[in-house]
Write a protein that binds this ligand. Structure first.
Ligand code: DOR
Length: 444
């Protein structure tokens, strides 16, 4: 029994600590976990977690929050509100804003905007461009920087490193793991006119086909090996890449998304039309099954949401004027808990993919596990709650989700960031207390 003074005690839950999943109270002081076990503390705020599971705070390592420049789609306040409603305690935000985050000043500007407005902890990526190659090693070490992001193929925004020479320069300039959108720009351009069918979003995966992704990933792996640089392949969408990346685990880590694991072509295009359009695309069952094999065989390291909101009006434009991307930060955990309930992956694996994995891969300091001395980032979930996801629950400014009307088993009940309860029973509570995430390889 532990008797001491705490700021907060999460009492009576089943905690997924470093020593396993078992009943345990969690004592928090000064934002850190200070005790785990049978706690008899006093003077504390006590939250009752009876019947609930306490997971390490979920870290979503790929979100697009659109600020600055496209705040009508999302901003840092609305994006992080969506995050904590979905049980997410930390996010890595992408650099394809307007302007793109390519300089120290623009990165500092994002942190200025975040202060007092973000509800979870946050790190920002810096985008690689031909103009900032020489500064990347310095930029990636700035406090709160998640690392460098490369777009090998064009997507939303104008960040692009299409050729091998510049790609190699980028990879030679710095040390940290580089996150990469691997689609081959030349192949995209060559085939845009001949393959893409105006008005038919189901041709999206034909245009941005398996070889578009596979060629880029192959080129990336060759150059990463030459440059001896670790890379992180974002939103992997093909079984061919899973098989390839399985042979390169020493140098490349792998992300896939809940959308690619849950939606499937052609049904998603029949049901959702352009609202199912994203880059890389949702593909057929062969790929979805291959991605699940990647999850169960340990080839996939993290699941990120690629939260990429666009307004309903924009998404309703006829293909291909319709922008690619769907929101996802709020539905990432409910979908994964539902897959867990259905027996597709274990709760331990959910934790590995959404907190322990991101912390280990990116060298996050003090997060990703429930252990004494770590930040008290806790995602409290009800594994038995049966709930329907619907648009009215969505806090993103876009106001829609591709999973509207989908019932899931497993739901976030409470989100706690460094000891602050920021969401309880689908309500945002308290102030916007988010801070920059710290990294072992950054400077601070
Ligand atoms: O579908 C996508 N949308 N893929 C990306 O890589 C970018 C994202 C966005 O920012 O809209």
């Amino acid at each position: 029994m532990v008797a001491q003074q705490f700021d907060l005690i999460v009492m009576g839950g089943i905690a997924a600590t470093i020593n396993g999943i078992a009943p345990a109270d969690i004592g928090v002081l000064g934002g850190k976990i200070v005790a785990i076990g049978d706690i008899r503390g006093s003077g504390a705020r006590v939250v009752d977690a009876k019947g609930l599971h306490i997971l390490p705070g979920v870290i979503d390592t790929q979100v697009h929050f659109r600020e600055p420049g496209m705040e009508y789609k999302e901003d840092l306040a609305s994006g992080t509100a969506a995050a904590v409603l979905g049980g997410v305690t930390g996010v890595f935000e992408m650099p394809n804003t307007r302007p793109s985050t390519t300089t120290a000043e623009l990165l500092a500007d994002k942190f200025r905007r975040a202060r007092g407005r973000v509800r979870c902890d946050i790190a920002f990526y810096v985008g690689a461009s031909p103009e900032n190659v020489a500064e990347l090693a310095e930029l990636e070490r700035m406090p709160g920087c998640a690392g460098i992001k490369i777009f090998m193929g064009s997507s939303t925004g104008n960040l692009l490193i299409p050729d091998d020479r510049t790609l190699e320069q980028v990879l030679r300039n710095g040390r940290r793991r580089v996150a990469v959108h691997a689609e081959d720009e030349d192949r995209l351009r060559e085939r845009a006119e001949s393959i893409r069918k105006g008005g038919d979003v189901a041709s999206h995966p034909d245009w941005r086909d398996v070889d578009t992704a596979l060629h880029a990933t192959r080129r990336l792996l060759d150059i990463a090996r030459r440059a001896a640089r670790r890379v992180h392949v974002l939103h992997v969408s093909t079984v061919e890449e899973i098989d390839l990346l399985a042979r390169h685990k020493d140098i490349a880590s792998v992300e896939t998304t809940p959308q690619h694991l849950t939606l499937v072509a052609p049904e998603c295009y029949e049901k959702l039309g352009t609202f199912a359009q994203m880059n890389p695309p949702i593909r057929d069952e062969r790929h979805r099954a291959g991605l699940w094999r990647g999850v169960t065989q340990g080839i996939v390291d993290v699941i990120g949401s690629d939260h990429a909101p666009h307004s309903r009006e924009e998404k309703a434009k006829p293909y291909p004027e319709s922008p690619s991307g769907m929101p996802g930060v709020q539905t990432l955990l409910p979908l994964l808990l539902d897959h867990c309930h259905a027996g597709r992956l274990s709760l331990e694996r959910v934790i590995d993919l959404t907190s322990a994995g991101p912390a280990r891969l990116f060298g996050i300091v003090g997060k990703g596990r429930i252990a004494v001395g770590y930040d008290a980032d806790l995602t409290v979930v009800d594994l038995r709650a049966r709930r329907k996801i619907d648009n009215s629950w969505i806090a993103s400014k876009c106001g829609w989700t591709p999973f509207d009307g989908v019932s899931v088993t497993g739901w976030p009940k409470m989100t706690i960031v460094r000891g602050n309860v920021v969401m309880r029973d689908d309500e945002i509570v308290g102030d916007a207390i988010g801070e920059p995430i710290k990294f072992t390889e950054g400077s601070w």
